[in-house]
Design a protein around this ligand. Structure first.
Ligand SMILES: [Zn+2]
Length: 476
């Protein structure tokens, strides 16, 4: 095992990739550079903004020409009207239901050029699932983003364990594995089926230096790593992705591995890759591919940088199915200041999750899944939990707790710890005092699954299954 921890040089490699995709000529645009004095002279925030609007005019012209949906929705918008940020409200929003109702109408290429279709169905959501189409060029752009981005996360020669779905061709795990091989790193697939302890032993035996996965999954691995007293100089970086990152979980992971924790934000609609942290606050946006805005979710009015609101994205280089002012439904803030790392790429800070994922407490305050994560996931005997909200019941919040299968005897202690943690939270204290929260210990669970956090709604207080909310991905 290595005794020294070498984290990458500090050069943020996505700057070079952005320069490359904008057609700039400097050494960093051809390979992730150690230091390229030309790069930040050429790649300035002003230059990026000018290029983004040239690209936006091109995308709008193409979409009007080739997609029946955009031909109608953009009928009043001439590309030349789009010169600067204040012109963006001229473009109507693309709402998620457009991807449910008639996704084919957004296609800008022939069906023969579609290399992958992703179907996103979330249980509990009415109507058709969302469908997204990607060409091979679109998939290649994602691999390129991962290839360059991962060189800010790990070093050539590192073994990287990814806890991501990788069964299907072009699934996120497969694309990342290709990217890691391009970056001369060794991908290892981490499967939690046999429990965190087995996976921790595997990671250590294989000399893993970097771990990529959702906060919930990496948390299992970190708890097992701590329990097995594995060394703190083996893993140098954990990259958390897929879901909102609760600070308590990031702290636990930092402590368990003695490593730095970076974060990535992305969604299928952004082509999986979206924004990557450099180690300082927030995540730098993939600006050659995404034009990001923050709007007031109630009125649709653009908000100045520094304000939290709904993140709206426009894809700038997507060929099969460009998304123009697409409402992501995610809460985020665009940070107003320049980053200490020197990157000119704007940064977003994720909010507590989905705008419609919150439940209104009797106090009037909103309860997000991330709030429950922050309260419950630090509990050492907890494997996972689900929450259900029903305001018609005397105790509207019902939480099912799954104990850590390696510590089944501690179920009662877990229930006590959870009750005190909930009662100690300023947000939930009034509800706990009013006996508005019920807890239930569930049977053992043997595997984690790929789900996003949500608080279920139901008229019944029955236990939602641990895998009750799955974003299905189907490849063709
Ligand atoms: Zn930075």
């Amino acid at each position: 095992m290595n005794n020294t921890v070498n984290i990458p040089t500090g050069v943020f490699t996505l700057d070079g990739l952005t320069a490359r995709n904008m057609g700039l000529s400097c050494p960093a645009a051809f390979s992730p550079a150690q230091h390229d004095p030309l790069l930040h002279q050429l790649l300035t925030p002003q230059h990026i903004a000018t290029w983004q609007f040239e690209q936006l005019r091109r995308i709008v012209a193409t979409a009007r020409k080739h997609s029946s949906y955009y031909r109608h929705s953009l009928r009043k918008v001439e590309p030349d009207m789009l010169q600067a940020r204040e012109n963006l409200p001229l473009l109507p929003f693309t709402e998620p239901h457009a991807l449910r109702n008639d996704p084919m109408s957004l296609l800008c290429t022939s069906q023969d050029e579609v290399a992958r279709v992703v179907t996103l169905s979330t249980s509990g959501t009415s109507g058709n699932p969302k469908r997204l189409f990607f060409s091979q060029t679109d998939l290649d752009a994602t691999v390129e983003f991962f290839t360059w981005g991962m060189q800010s996360v790990g070093n050539a020669g590192d073994t990287v364990m990814a806890l991501l779905p990788d069964e299907r061709p072009s699934s996120v795990g497969r694309l990342l594995a290709t990217a890691l091989e391009n970056a001369r790193m060794r991908p290892v697939s981490g499967i939690l089926t046999h429990g965190g302890a087995a996976l921790a032993r595997q990671a250590y035996a294989e000399g893993v230096r970097v771990i990529v996965g959702s906060p919930a999954h990496v948390r299992h691995l970190a708890m097992a790593w701590l329990a097995a007293e594995l060394p703190k100089d083996a893993i140098h970086t954990v990259l958390l992705c897929w879901d909102t990152v609760p600070e308590t979980v990031a702290g636990l992971i930092r402590h368990a591995f003695g490593c730095r924790v970076l974060t990535h934000w992305g969604m299928t609609e952004t082509g999986l890759g979206g924004a990557l942290s450099c180690g300082d606050e927030g995540m730098h946006l993939r600006e050659a591919d995404l034009l990001a805005e923050i709007i007031d979710p109630q009125t649709g009015t653009p908000l100045p940088d520094g304000n939290e609101g709904e993140l709206v994205i426009t894809t700038l280089r997507r060929t099969a199915m460009p998304l123009i002012r697409y409402r992501t439904g995610d809460l985020a803030t665009i940070l107003p200041d320049a980053c200490s790392c020197g990157s000119p790429l704007r940064r977003i800070r994720s909010g507590k999750g989905r705008i419609h994922g919150a439940k209104q407490l009797p106090s009037g305050e909103l309860l997000y899944p991330a709030d429950l994560d922050n309260i419950l996931l630090p509990l050492p005997h907890l494997y996972d939990y689900t929450a259900r909200w029903n305001p018609q019941l005397g105790a509207p919040l019902h939480i099912s707790l799954w104990p850590d299968p390696q510590r089944p005897a501690d179920s009662l202690m877990l229930e006590k710890q959870a009750a005190s943690a909930l009662a100690a939270s300023p947000l939930l204290e009034p509800l706990a005092k009013a006996q508005g929260i019920t807890l239930q210990i569930e049977g053992p669970v043997s595997q984690a699954n790929f789900t996003k956090r949500r608080i279920f709604s139901s008229l019944h207080a029955s236990t939602p299954p641990l895998n009750g909310d799955i974003d299905h991905e189907h490849a063709v």
